[in-house]
Design a protein around this ligand. Structure first.
Ligand SMILES: NC(=O)c1ccc[n+]([C@@H]2O[C@H](COP(=O)([O-])OP(=O)(O)OC[C@H]3O[C@@H](n4cnc5c(N)ncnc54)[C@H](O)[C@@H]3O)[C@@H](O)[C@H]2O)c1
Length: 437
């Protein structure tokens, strides 16, 4: 079993550390935020992610949390799991990565720095050079991008579709791959540049599928087709598969928006205009705003209208609010003069723009509301279209931004219902095409 050091106790660092401990490795997790380390030492988890608390508890004796960088000096592997947010230009901000390289203590033997953070292609070359300049030529380097999805992070780590390892030296790649020996998944060995690109390309492809099905949904609305049936029929084609074909109000989160910008910027810095990716990003931005038009079609001007935003996190089963579509929606609604109330079972809605009232139940959010918008498909919302909710609202309109509900059932219960890419009907059941409204 190996000694594994981890920089960063965020989603990726903590899940990686907890899972490596579960696999039997000795793990030291270092962060720079004292409150995070204090919380972890006292057994608390700083964010909402299934299975992480149990994993940390079960592997307590193999896990150390520290602020002191020297405590990782004895580790054979030094995983970098720090955040790499976008800069104003769209490039990835690698300042935290460089801080880690600067802070590395005296290291003896042949430890390996392993990059798990998502970074632009070419970062490994630069870090290799940075290590050499710092007199750490004896330290190895590998790229081992992470593909976990929040909400399923532990399962994704323990049962990945593949593990990608890129290294400059064959032995370093083999040593990193060996850490995953107990995991049953193909190991893709690549050069460092390609490993970095695999992560960016995989994310870009997933985003392309989302924007593609969202555009199909918009055409469905204009022509009377139902995107849910369309996606089912398309997804059963084995050449295409069913994943990421769920139409909605667009992707958000800490990865997709920033990674798409970083890849677009990386291409453009290299002299290539990545047209398809630019369109994918633009479609996503427009998609978030289409809810406003749907509300206006039923309510006219939104000035003074009370709108409930149900689900605020960027996806269910996480409390992550980074780049959540709810933020854009709330801003647009406030700009239209609406009164906005927000509810989420776990996410902290205080990052929404000032003026949004955060309430702690679905019932409180919909009371006297003119419309309820399903922003995040939390399981608690599956029964939203029930009579008590209808009676509590001034106007029983549901805009289902995630196609979570059964339209017929919602309408039968007296709601006006609008999904994404689903036929709209008048109160007497006549179909309405978007172009004719
Ligand atoms: N969140 C995801 O779903 C996900 C999935 C795959 C890949 N990634 C990538 O993994 C990386 C980390 O993402 P995250 O969501 O875990 O970020 P995060 O913001 O949740 O966590 C990053 C942590 O690093 C800490 N940190 C910053 N500087 C440090 C330093 N010098 N030493 C030690 N710790 C330091 C921060 O305090 C923070 O706790 C990013 O590059 C991201 O793109 C994220």
């Amino acid at each position: 079993m190996a000694q594994v050091g981890i920089f960063g106790a965020g989603w990726v660092g903590l899940v990686t550390g907890a899972c490596f401990a579960e696999l039997g490795h000795e793990v030291v997790i270092r962060d720079v935020v004292p409150a995070k380390i204090d919380a972890l030492k006292s057994g608390a988890v700083p964010f909402h992610e299934a299975d992480v608390p149990e994993l940390l508890e079960r592997n307590r004796e193999r896990l150390t949390f520290t602020l002191d960088v020297n405590e990782i000096a004895k580790c054979e592997f030094l995983f970098i799991c720090v955040d790499t947010p976008p800069t104003h230009s769209g490039d990835a901000d690698l300042s935290r990565v460089w801080t880690v390289i600067d802070e590395l203590p005296e290291l003896s033997g042949h430890p390996i720095v392993v990059m798990k953070s998502t970074v632009p292609v070419g970062t490994g070359d630069k870090v290799r050079h940075g290590l050499d300049v710092r007199g750490l030529g004896h330290v190895g380097y590998a790229s081992n991008p992470e593909f976990l999805a929040e909400g399923n992070a532990v399962r994704d780590f323990m049962e990945p579709d593949r593990v990608v390892v890129g290294a400059f030296e064959e032995a370093d790649g083999a040593a990193v791959a060996a850490l995953y020996a107990k995991i049953d998944a193909p190991i893709v060995r690549a050069d460092v540049n390609s490993a970095e690109m695999i992560k960016l390309a995989a994310n870009a492809f997933l985003m392309t599928r989302i924007s593609f099905i969202n555009e199909i949904a918009n055409v469905c609305e204009a022509t009377g087709a139902d995107v849910v049936s369309v996606a089912e029929g398309v997804g059963l084609d084995r050449r295409l598969g069913p994943h990421f074909l769920r139409a909605g109000i667009g992707y958000g989160g800490s990865c997709f928006p920033k990674d798409s910008l970083a890849l677009k910027q990386l291409a453009s810095n290299s002299g290539y205009h990545f047209q398809l990716l630019s369109a994918v990003i633009e479609v996503n931005e427009l998609q978030k705003r289409r809810v406003i038009g749907k509300l206006q079609r039923h309510l006219g001007s939104l000035r003074g209208k009370k709108i409930a935003l149900l689900g605020l996190a960027f996806k269910p089963d996480t409390d992550d609010m980074r780049e959540a579509p709810s933020i854009v929606l709330a801003s647009r609604l406030l700009a239209e003069g609406a009164e906005v109330r927000g509810w989420d079972p776990v996410a902290d809605g205080s990052v929404l723009p000032r003026g949004v009232e955060i309430v702690d139940s679905i019932e409180a959010a919909v009371a006297d509301a003119d419309a309820a918008v399903i922003v995040t498909e939390w399981a608690q919302l599956k029964t939203l279209a029930r009579p008590e909710i209808r009676d509590a609202m001034v106007f029983p309109l549901i805009v289902d931004g995630r196609n979570l509900l059964d339209p017929d059932e919602a309408r039968a219960n007296g709601f006006a219902y609008e999904g994404i890419g689903r036929p709209t009907v008048t109160t007497d059941g006549e179909p309405v095409l978007a172009g004719t409204r």
